[in-house]
Write a protein that binds this ligand. Structure first.
Ligand SMILES: Nc1ncnc2c1ncn2[C@@H]1O[C@H](COP(=O)(O)OP(=O)(O)OP(=O)(O)O)[C@@H](O)[C@H]1O
Ligand SMILES: [Mg+2]
Length: 230
């Protein structure tokens, strides 16, 4: 069911099994409109499975009622997934008729004005990922699902992408669910950080709410099974 403007994004009692393995186990999740949420979890904990379910890419997920997400959903993956035989601008406006102008604007927003006619192979990894961001923005999503979008980038490019994503978020205000392995990335970007474990949301922190960042970091790492001295 498509959510209306201002409606919560909601999944109730989501369960996903692969054979006799239960990856999502009655998971509940809610995002307010325009909320930026980061999702942490160990490798194999089901983060991508959850994103696929929310994106409507997984038809075998079970839940109480339907997953309630807006019709305007964009997904960004770890790799940019650009079509190598299409230039940058057609990649951005793929499947959208008459959207070249908006596509150019989106490319300018991610700092790639003038590269419309480049081939994906002529771009760096960070530039390709910015094209992927432009491609999701041009669709004016109410929900942006991002699955480790900066995971393949070097540390410096990653920090620049943080600033860019945060700026784009401030301007467009979609709800964001950002999957990341990186606790610091989650704390830097999100208003609320969730930890997925054993098929459910096992911990939740709000880094901005006056809490000591070092403590929030330690608590999140503890929820991920990593102990630190703080
Ligand atoms: N198509 C599939 N068939 C069988 N098992 C699957 C399938 N897709 C995912 N799984 C299993 O579900 C579990 C969760 O996978 P998922 O990709 O959601 O993990 P993740 O949290 O995204 O991990 P990572 O951080 O490594 O990306 C894994 O154990 C994986 O092997
Ligand atoms: Mg994954």
């Amino acid at each position: 069911m498509a959510a209306h403007a201002g409606e919560l994004i909601r999944a109730l009692s989501l369960t996903r099994r692969y054979g006799d393995r239960t990856v999502l186990d009655g998971l509940d999740l809610e995002l307010a409109p325009g909320e930026f949420v980061a999702l942490l979890g160990r490798s194999g904990s089901g983060k991508s499975t959850l994103l696929r379910a929310l994106a409507g890419l997984d038809t075998d997920v079970e839940g109480e009622g339907e997953v309630q997400v807006p019709a305007e959903v964009s997904v960004v993956f770890q790799d940019a997934r650009l079509l190598p035989w299409q230039r940058v601008l057609p990649n951005v406006v793929l499947g959208l008729a008459g959207a070249d102008r908006r596509g150019r604007d989106s490319l300018a927003e991610v700092g790639l004005a003038g590269r419309e006619r480049a081939w994906p192979s002529e771009l760096s990894g960070g530039e390709q990922q910015r094209v992927a961001l432009a491609r999701s923005l041009v669709r004016r999503p109410r929900l942006l699902l991002a699955d480790e979008p900066f995971g393949a980038l070097d540390a410096l490019t990653r920090l620049k992408m943080h600033t860019l994503l945060r700026r784009l978020y401030e301007q467009h205000r979609p709800a964001v669910l950002l999957v990341t392995h990186d606790v610091d990335e989650a704390i830097a970007l999100a208003g609320r950080v969730l930890v997925l474990d054993h098929g459910r949301i096992a911990a939740e922190r709000r880094p901005a709410a006056g809490a000591d960042p070092a403590r929030v970091r330690a608590e999140l790492l503890a929820a991920l099974g990593v102990t630190t001295d703080v």
